[in-house]
Write a protein that binds this ligand. Structure first.
Ligand code: SF4
Length: 246
């Protein structure tokens, strides 16, 4: 059984622990009940590398919304090839996508925040909840300070929406450290990052940012910055109240 109280217990064990130790503790504490959710961002690629190279016993999954960049699919293929591992893909329910597109059009997310949330809900949040249904804990690549909606991230948090524990092994890392690690270990990454895309999600909802712009300014850029989350990361007491991940 997982409860928010366990978070404090695990957090005490992980004070100042390196990312590899956080992953090891997650796997040890929740054998067969924890998985890593990758969006293939550089942080996630670092974690995939640590799991593969460190022999961590933890399945990896991703969400395919059906609207990803071609470069993202190429990266998933390159990553599974490089590490000889499998990344399980969760897709949205076809009937739900069909009904949504029939009613509101293929680019409904441009029409209102509510429709954008609906699209994120059907294409991302519901598949995530399905992925989490057999888990007590999940791991993701959130860092503190990733834009206006992610100011402070703890190594372990209670995930209200999914009702399970969330491990953030890179909570204390900054962007420079992530990229140093990626380059030092020659980890595959999305080439769009070299073309001005610091945060990459679905193709129609992601644009390149200008130098000096917020990390996540290119995500749902037509909306208020406070609204720019997709509902994958609902954190009690944090600024990113749920709306519609990455
Ligand atoms: Fe839909 Fe855009 Fe959300 Fe992707 S990011 S699920 S295309 S609204």
């Amino acid at each position: 059984m997982t409860t928010p109280e366990i978070v404090a217990d695990v957090l005490a064990e992980l004070t100042d622990a390196p990312a590899e130790e956080i992953l090891a503790v997650a796997a040890r504490r929740f054998p067969g009940r924890v998985a890593f959710a990758t969006s293939t961002g550089p942080e996630d690629q670092v974690i995939t590398h640590m799991i593969a190279e460190g022999g961590v016993d933890m399945p990896i999954f991703t969400l395919d919304t059906g609207r990803l960049f071609p470069e993202t699919y190429d990266l998933i293929a390159a990553t599974t090839r490089r590490y000889g591992l499998s990344i399980h893909t969760y897709f949205p329910y076809g009937a739900a996508v069909e009904e949504m597109v029939d009613r509101h059009g293929v680019n409904l997310f441009r029409d209102s925040i509510e429709l954008r949330k609906q699209c994120c809900g059907i294409r991302k949040v519901r598949p995530l909840r399905r992925a989490q249904s057999d888990l007590d804990a999940w791991v993701c690549g959130l860092r503190s300070g990733q834009g206006a909606t992610r100011q402070r991230v703890e190594p372990v948090e209670w995930d209200d929406a999914g009702e399970l524990i969330k491990f953030n092994p890179l909570a204390a890392w900054d962007e420079e450290r992530v990229w140093q690690y990626v380059r030092a270990h020659d980890i595959p990454y999305n080439p769009l990052h070299d073309q001005g895309y610091p945060s990459i999600g679905c193709a129609p909802c992601t644009r390149a940012v200008e130098p000096g712009e917020d990390f996540r300014a290119g995500r749902w850029w037509w909306e208020n910055p406070d609204q720019r989350e997709c509902g994958l990361h609902h954190r009690t007491g944090a600024a990113d109240r749920p709306v519609g991940s990455e």
